[in-house]
Design a protein around this ligand. Structure first.
Ligand SMILES: [Zn+2]
Length: 423
């Protein structure tokens, strides 16, 4: 296995010469055999293509190596906020690493090169290092829907920059929550534009398809120059993640058009959650192996919340059996992670297990939740006034109320997953 993640995060600038034209491009991955690059215009195989790797860009010298002849293996059209672009895979036809700078690019590309190398798509912005670090100065990051705002983020896995992270602005929508605590977006506040945020909650990297609803899972671009704190131990998973991208590519292929835009249809939204689940599972697997329990809680419950949101989206389209199937998947995940959870996480998980039990009318699940929540006080002895204590009291009360009206919470009586009454 190559250690390609090292290179992919240290993007390398190069000149692509094809026929009479020459364009500066960004190489996003490079090995001794070939590389992946981002282009603004398509190129064809017949053309005589060379790649000239550039170095010392930051200090203005723009030193370069000899052009390396390459063959075009594949070219894929992709969409981003900036419009269409092309991702091309090349193989080196003659590897003379010293002259062509290939081994230099693999081993010695510096942080300066990374910061100053740019996609030609928004050349002007990125040429000015300071402009690209200030979210407000990036005038292109304006959402079409006036109820949304966009924060530019960078992907932890592959280093792709300027990915739009969409946030629902405050006091725009009036979300309700369903019986599993998943937000439902049915109407906007007076004078505000409607936005079903569940459709676009997930931010997807257009290059490696890392996906998450959590801002902290990406690098905030305003802090790109400072070292950004890692939300998870990425070292062991980056290689694995990037090497599995062809599998994700297949998943995404059919729904590519519009997947990265603001207007996702339901199929694209469901796919975005699948990508987020894949991403979280990849992290969770590694963290579990490393006994990083404290971090597992968030990720484990995050996966459950993705699955429950899929269920809500499906139910809102009257796809009852698919929605219910996702409830069962969520239940399985909850049971799988339950022993690793503690404090508020275990309270929340137990409550969800009980609510799924009420929905399907499964006495074992209902009893399990009652036992856990009632015993919690004696076993964990949460101190009054703490967050843990409040969460325990609130969830116990809510579950008691739902249990007393359990008929109303059964799948026979409910309308979708809508709450039968406010509680
Ligand atoms: Zn990425």
């Amino acid at each position: 296995m190559s250690n390609s993640h090292k290179q992919i995060r240290q993007k390398v600038a190069a000149l692509l010469k094809s026929g009479a034209t020459s364009n500066r491009i960004t190489i996003t991955d490079i090995t001794m055999r070939g590389c992946t690059a981002v282009l603004t215009a398509p190129i064809t195989e017949e053309e005589d293509i060379t790649l000239q790797i550039l170095k010392n860009i930051a200090n203005g010298k723009r030193d370069s190596f000899l052009p390396a002849p390459v063959s075009l293996d594949s070219i894929l059209k992709r969409k981003s906020r900036n419009g269409e672009f092309y991702e091309a895979k090349f193989s080196f036809r003659r590897v003379d690493s010293v002259e062509h700078g290939i081994s230099w690019a693999i081993n010695n590309a510096t942080a300066d090169d990374f910061l100053s190398s740019s996609l030609p798509i928004n050349h002007e912005q990125k040429n000015n290092k300071h402009a690209s670090t200030d979210a407000k100065s990036d005038s292109k990051l304006v959402a079409i829907n006036s109820s949304l705002s966009i924060l530019p983020v960078t992907c932890h896995m592959c280093g792709e920059q300027h990915i739009p992270f969409r946030v629902l602005s405050r006091r725009t929508m009036k979300p309700e929550s369903n019986i599993f605590g998943v937000n439902q977006y049915k109407s906007a506040l007076p004078g505000k534009e409607f936005c079903n945020y569940n459709l676009i909650r997930i931010t997807i990297c257009p290059i490696c398809y890392f996906a998450s609803s959590q801002f902290q899972d990406f690098i905030r671009e305003a802090s790109l120059i400072k070292t950004s704190e890692e939300p998870f131990h990425k070292e062991p998973i980056v290689d694995k993640w990037l090497s599995g991208s062809s599998k994700r590519e297949k998943l995404v292929e059919a729904y590519q058009q519009g997947l990265f835009d603001e207007n996702r249809n339901i199929k694209q939204a469901l796919l975005s959650y699948d990508l987020a689940i894949l991403s979280s599972n990849a992290i969770l697997k590694m963290q579990m192996a490393k006994q990083e329990r404290a971090r597992d809680y968030r990720i484990g419950l995050q996966i459950v919340s993705y699955i429950l949101t899929k269920a809500e989206l499906l139910m809102s389209k009257q796809k009852t059996s698919e929605a219910e199937n996702n409830l069962k998947i969520a239940l399985k995940k909850l049971q799988e992670i339950f022993i690793y959870l503690n404090n508020e996480s275990s309270i929340k998980a137990s409550y969800l297990i009980g609510m799924i039990g009420l929905y399907f009318e499964i006495p074992d699940l209902i009893n399990q939740t009652f036992n856990f929540l009632q015993q919690y006080g004696k076993q964990s002895k949460p101190r009054a006034g703490t967050e843990e204590y409040k969460a325990w009291q609130k969830n116990l009360e809510k579950f008691k109320t739902a249990y007393q009206e359990r008929e109303d919470f059964s799948r026979r009586r409910l309308k979708g997953f809508d709450k039968p009454f406010e509680f």
